[in-house]
Write a protein that binds this ligand. Sequence first.
Ligand SMILES: Nc1ncnc2c1ncn2[C@@H]1O[C@H](COP(=O)(O)OP(=O)(O)O)[C@@H](O)[C@H]1O
Ligand SMILES: [Mg+2]
Length: 328
Amino acid sequence: MAVIEIVGAHKTYRRWRKPPERAVQGLDLTVEAGGVFGFLGPNGSGKTTTIRLLLGLVRPDSGSLHMLGRSVPAELPLVMGRVGALVETPLFFPNFTGRVNLALLARASNIPKARIDEMLELVDLQGRADDRVKGYSLGMKQRLGIAAALLKNPELLILDEPGNGLDAAGIREVRQLIKHLGTIGVTVLLSSHQLGEVQQVCDRVAIMSHGRVIASGSVSDLLATGTTGDVRVRLGDTSMGATVLRSAGFTVTALEGDDDGWRVGGVGDPALVTKALSEAGLYLRELSPIAADLESVFLDLTADGADGTAGETETTARSVVEQNPVGR
Ligand SMILES: Nc1ncnc2c1ncn2[C@@H]1O[C@H](COP(=O)(O)OP(=O)(O)O)[C@@H](O)[C@H]1O
Ligand SMILES: [Mg+2]
């Protein structure tokens, strides 16, 4: 069963004295039940707007949206009890303890008190539950926010960039928690502009760009679309080898931080690389395929000007990497 089904959604924000902003334009998204689904895209690509549409915080201009089989926003009241969400850094009473904050929320929604301890344990805050929230780290506040969203035992948990503002340790804590949630029967929609945050917990992802989903599926399927067929070649006499390969029609680029390594593109059959070199009296020390990783697929798909020259694409890709370091 699909827990989220969006077809052809559009949302334009009208702005004062500025052209309207088309935040979501023709978005299709299907999220099947179970596990952690990564909702990935650069800043400004429309992730938060999509989530706000699902939660009834903004109205779509057109399109059909369903959550847990119900039409959104019309039938939202029928499903909100089964959906937990953490959209911005959650607001808690700073002078109350984590436990008291959860108790207030539980009482407002008629949730049994036992559930509070269960959730504190789940997010690994039992040891700090009786300290005031104002002394919590950002990561602890975020985990308390997740505990709050989980109080009502939702089938679907929507987390919008839960790693934002967290340091590496906080990100690791939240990531472990999300991974765990995916194994206990909650479907998690995890939005992020940080590939590293998503790649390590999700097996399915959708990639957003300019208000649309431009790719979605299992991580392995997306990787398959990204196989370039490029190979890494290592030679003794590097400059000579590069010249030989170029004149044989391959594209050759230096591998960064690798003195005698080259990336060779336009390779149909790696044997042709070996042949060209040996005919010139050069012998390989290494030839290995360069596997596409999710990062390069993501960057290829979301890079602006990806239709331009390779050089332009690379510049865009590199600047995105620098802004959004991955693999922490
Ligand atoms: N309330 C708003 N009014 C006007 N423009 C907005 C508003 N919220 C978001 N936008 C714009 O819509 C686009 C998509 O934003 P958003 O959905 O927040 O993307 P993301 O969450 O992927 O960063 C951006 O260009 C953003 O500036
Ligand atoms: Mg956002």
